[in-house]
Design a protein around this ligand. Structure first.
Ligand SMILES: Cc1cc2nc3c(=O)[nH]c(=O)nc-3n(C[C@H](O)[C@H](O)[C@H](O)COP(=O)(O)OP(=O)(O)OC[C@H]3O[C@@H](n4cnc5c(N)ncnc54)[C@H](O)[C@@H]3O)c2cc1C
Length: 346
């Protein structure tokens, strides 16, 4: 079956391509991913779907499986979508956004809830433990997959259980110990996180608020929060910081096209306006090589690179400390060496 006929089959399974069709799913075709990622770059998804509720999500998963289309769940804050876009179905869970108290020291959240909103809801309920999450712009689902965190804490120890929908629409609930969390990683079975339950500690809301205010202030002072980015590009190597190594390699401000190593925090790459994903990936590869050559440290990616490379794109111009333009003549096919090109299929 061609991609076009798979897409047709998917739409028929869902009851037609109308926005907010009978399946309770908003559907858009050829949707630019620059609209849905904090990096504000990348090509189009064949289909972007926004289920209105868990039943809509189940219909999407089942229809995609029947049509043979890959599915990727997208929050958008830790991914770089390549310029060739994402084949198949991208699912956004922004309508799965409910938070429920679950007893004296527990709170439940659907997968589309943004972490800062969850942190504030927990504070209001007098529950401490999610303060570190106040400045992390991901969804609950993506943040469980990434075991998101800061020096002040990470999600894993706060998680009691995670409810996941498998590709065939079945729903399972898994305990924390089954997910084998590590630094910025969880071993999740194929599927879509639907919701999670967190166990926290009762504490006075004023103290929790004060901690969050301090953390936001520190973040504002050290991170380029006013420019599009995908957060930290590389994981910190054991006992060191990727930002320190990149800065020591003299790469702060290094620019390829509109992609630039942040002057404020060297482990962030910012989009200065019209960065192509290809420029961002070329810059990432350059940074990785320089750090390896200078310090013998191989940096591992924290961001996830998804989708397919563009067949051809403008050849980028490399420069230092902000003097670059946004590309020269036509280049050949974009290749990104050791960087992974993948669509996360569920
Ligand atoms: C300015 C800025 C600051 C940041 N600061 C931090 C920080 O301090 N600490 C930190 O850890 N991160 C940070 N990040 C990165 C990012 O916010 C986190 O990694 C976040 O947890 C990713 O969540 P997301 O919903 O955007 O997931 P995405 O980036 O969209 O996805 C990450 C992965 O999870 C998968 N996924 C997403 N949702 C689901 C789901 N419901 N079910 C199954 N799979 C899913 C995706 O397919 C992908 O493989 C920062 C990012 C930015 C832009």
């Amino acid at each position: 079956m061609t991609v076009k006929s798979k897409v047709q089959r998917f739409l028929v399974e869902l009851g037609g391509a109308r926005a907010l069709g009978p399946a309770g799913v908003e559907i858009r075709q050829h949707e630019p991913m620059s609209r849905h990622t904090t990096m504000k770059a990348g090509g189009e998804a064949d289909l972007l779907v926004v289920p209105q509720d868990v039943e809509g999500l189940r219909r999407v998963m089942v229809a995609a499986q029947r049509a043979g289309l890959p599915v990727m769940i997208l929050g958008g804050s830790n991914v770089i979508v390549q310029d060739g876009g994402i084949p198949g179905v991208v699912v956004k869970l922004s309508r799965l956004n409910h938070i429920r108290p679950a007893g004296a020291d527990r709170i439940e959240a659907e997968a589309g809830v943004l972490l800062p909103r969850l942190a504030r809801a927990a504070a209001k309920a007098g529950l401490s433990g999610l303060e570190f999450a106040i400045g992390i712009p991901g969804t609950v689902g993506g943040s469980i997959v990434m075991n998101a965190g800061t020096r002040e804490g990470e999600l894993a120890p706060r998680i009691e259980s995670v409810t996941l929908m498998r590709p065939d629409g079945d729903v399972v609930t898994l305990g924390r110990e089954e997910l084998r969390f590590r630094y910025r990683h969880a071993d999740l079975p194929h599927g879509c996180v639907v919701s999670a339950r967190f166990t926290l500690q009762p504490a006075p809301p004023a103290g929790i608020d004060a901690t969050m205010t301090r953390m936001l202030g520190e973040r504002n002072a050290t991170q380029p929060l006013h420019s599009p980015s995908a957060g930290c590009v590389f994981k910190n190597p054991p006992g060191d910081s990727a930002g320190r190594l990149i800065e020591a390699a003299g790469l702060k401000g290094h620019r390829i096209g509109d992609a630039q190593v942040s002057e404020r925090h060297a482990n962030f790459i910012i989009n200065r306006g019209h960065a192509q994903a290809g420029d961002i990936l070329t810059l990432i590869r350059h940074v990785g090589r320089q750090v390896e050559q200078r310090f013998g440290v191989t940096l591992e990616l924290e961001v996830k690179i998804v989708g397919r490379a563009a067949r051809s794109r403008p050849a980028p111009r490399s420069s230092h400390r902000g003097a670059g333009g946004s590309g020269g003549g036509r280049g050949t096919a974009a290749h990104h060496g050791a960087l992974t090109t993948r669509v996360v299929e569920v």
